[in-house]
Write a protein that binds this ligand. Structure first.
Ligand code: NOJ
Length: 562
């Protein structure tokens, strides 16, 4: 397996809007990130992924871009960006930007031109369906109130395609001019010195421009169709050849709709498309069948959780490379979702999840606030939400006479804004995020220990553990590249595995439950010495080192020696 900095690196994702406000407008900004670079470096992470910072009307918080080469005014200026990048380089931090090119904003100049007349030179930058052909074949949309991805535009008597919001028209990659504009824009950022891109919904870029009727009803059926456009591999290969291959850079695609059997088609080294992608199998595990944002009613099992990780590890064991994440700006908080954020289990479960991500194969991605165990805010009032996804879905359900109470209850667990509340720096007003009224309400738990300053001073905190776990991963290449072997995959309490590279071998024990649990190692795992290198709790008992007693949500990493 070839070794690369982006395989060994640990990524820290910043949602700039909610990171740190320095101008007093209630919105985070680039200067806020600059201010906190020493903090970020102190975590031991290597790469920052910035959610979109480009000029945008913010219909979908920056995922609707008006100008790809201008900084969003709330966030600062291009000069701020240049300072940010050079300050990052001083600290040996790399930067990946968000590349949002399946769609742009309807306020982008390209779309303004395109919609102005049928014979405008930019007309073919977007997907249009002339109304004289009748109503276009059904396409489902994520954020549209009617879930209809075709929007009628009276000016030219035609419909345009938008897989996301009405204000996010899909770009037409089939037009070579569109592709070359995008490549040029990417060169602009690479010339500034960025190290790569996270590519938003990248498998959706290729479309069948005959727009045939398709056999899909549920959202996930549309998503699968969207991810399997006829030329997706041709375009990714071209993008790599024209842009990425010219720099020491990497790409990570957001991969909704990519099935595991297709994984290597995207990331096999020989195909030269992208380096890794975020699969959606884990993110679907606790969702209702066919649904994207609604929680399922029963709960998933630990065996199912393990299987997702095991299957994807196997997919990349010989070629390609995987990414590991438990949370990001589109999903609830990791500790609330995969751990237990009740006061008695919060600390152990947050640190168990850190141990897990940092001992698996693949590049780990942490979302801002994970390092201090930030939890779901669980808004109960629709007025508290800012997210187009929650607000438009609420309207859809209301218009259809659906069960709004059930929706609001589900959103407490599913809403994207659980992860978008401001970063909690200290116990002062608004957690030190802003001196003004924040753009979104904070999670009040910043007063109860979930904040940076307090955790920096406590002897044992989620934050101090995070740093230790990061340092451990950095020390042992086997934790990055080593083979993964699961032990007792059917066990519903403990997730146990070894990671092995040559003579270096580790045993990881994770008690994924609220009770004290006993665990026995099978006989075929033998060793002469077992050294504990990390644990998030006192070890109760590891007599003769084959039988273990684990406290609730305890995580332990042992080094095994022959
Ligand atoms: C995925 C992004 O992560 C999400 O925040 C956004 O709403 C959609 N893509 C549309 O760009």
């Amino acid at each position: 397996m070839t070794q690369n900095w982006w395989k060994e690196g640990i990524v820290y994702q910043i949602y700039p809007r909610s990171f740190k406000d320095t101008t007093g407008n209630g919105i985070g900004d680039l200067q806020g990130i600059i201010e906190q670079l020493d903090y970020i470096a102190s975590l031991g992470v290597d790469i920052i992924w910035l959610n979109p910072i480009y000029d945008s009307p913010n219909d979908d918080n920056g995922y609707d871009i008006r100008n790809y080469q201008k900084i969003m005014s709330e966030f600062g200026t291009m000069q701020d960006f240049d300072v940010l990048l050079s300050e990052m380089k001083k600290r040996k931090l790399r930067l990946i930007m968000d590349l949002v090119v399946n769609h742009c904003s309807d306020e982008h100049r390209w779309f303004q031109e395109s919609r102005s007349s049928r014979d405008n030179p930019y007309r073919d930058y977007f997907h249009w369906w002339p109304a004289e052909k009748g109503i276009p074949p059904k396409r489902w949309s994520y954020f549209d109130i009617e879930e209809n991805a075709w929007q009628y535009d009276a000016l030219t008597d035609a419909y345009y395609l938008h897989y996301f919001a009405v204000k996010q028209p899909d770009l037409k990659w089939e037009n070579p001019k569109v592709r070359s504009e995008i490549y040029e824009m990417m060169h602009f950022w690479f010339k500034k010195g960025v190290d790569g891109f996270r590519m938003d919904v990248i498998p959706f870029i290729s479309k069948d421009t005959k727009y045939p009727e398709i056999d899909a009803r549920e959202p996930h059926e549309f998503i699968t169709y969207y991810a399997n456009g006829p030329k997706v591999h041709e375009y990714l290969n071209e993008l790599n050849r024209e842009v990425i291959s010219k720099y020491d850079a990497f790409t990570v695609g957001e991969g909704p709709g990519i099935a595991i059997e297709q994984a290597l088609d995207f990331v096999h080294e020989d195909r030269k498309e992208m380096d890794m992608f975020f699969h959606f199998e884990l993110m679907s595990l606790d969702r209702a069948p066919g649904e994207v944002f609604k929680m399922r009613e029963d709960s998933y099992t630990l065996a199912e959780f393990k299987k997702v990780f095991g299957d994807w590890d196997t997919a990349f064991a010989k070629a390609g490379w995987g990414s590991l994440f438990l949370a990001n700006h589109d999903f609830p908080r990791a500790v609330s979702r995969w751990g237990n954020d009740a006061p008695e289990h919060w600390k152990n479960s947050a640190t168990l999840l850190h141990t897990f991500l940092l001992t698996m194969r693949g590049t780990p991605y942490f979302y801002q606030g994970d390092e201090i165990g930030m939890t779901n805010v669980r808004f109960t009032d629709i007025e508290d939400y800012r997210d187009i996804n929650t607000i438009n879905r609420y309207t859809t359900i209301k218009n259809r006479g659906g069960d709004l109470d059930a929706f609001m209850e589900s959103e407490q667990h599913a809403a994207r804004e659980n992860a978008r509340t401001p970063m909690q720096w200290n116990t002062s007003k608004n957690a030190g995020f802003t001196t003004a009224k924040p753009w979104i309400r904070l999670n009040p738990d910043y007063k109860n220990g979930v904040n940076v300053v307090q955790q920096e001073t406590e002897a044992y905190s989620v934050l101090s553990y995070f740093k230790k776990a990061v340092a451990m991963r950095k020390k042992y290449p086997a934790l990055v590249y080593g083979n993964y072997n699961i032990i007792h995959p059917e066990n519903e309490q403990v997730y146990a595995y070894t990671r092995t590279q040559g003579a270096e071998r580790f045993l990881v024990l994770l008690n994924f439950c609220d009770d004290i649990t006993h665990f026995s190692l099978p006989n075929d795992i033998s060793y002469n010495r077992i050294l504990k290198i990390l644990s998030n709790d006192l070890i109760l008992d590891d007599k003769i080192f084959k039988e273990f007693t684990l406290k609730p949500w305890q995580a332990i990493v042992y080094k095994l020696e022959n």
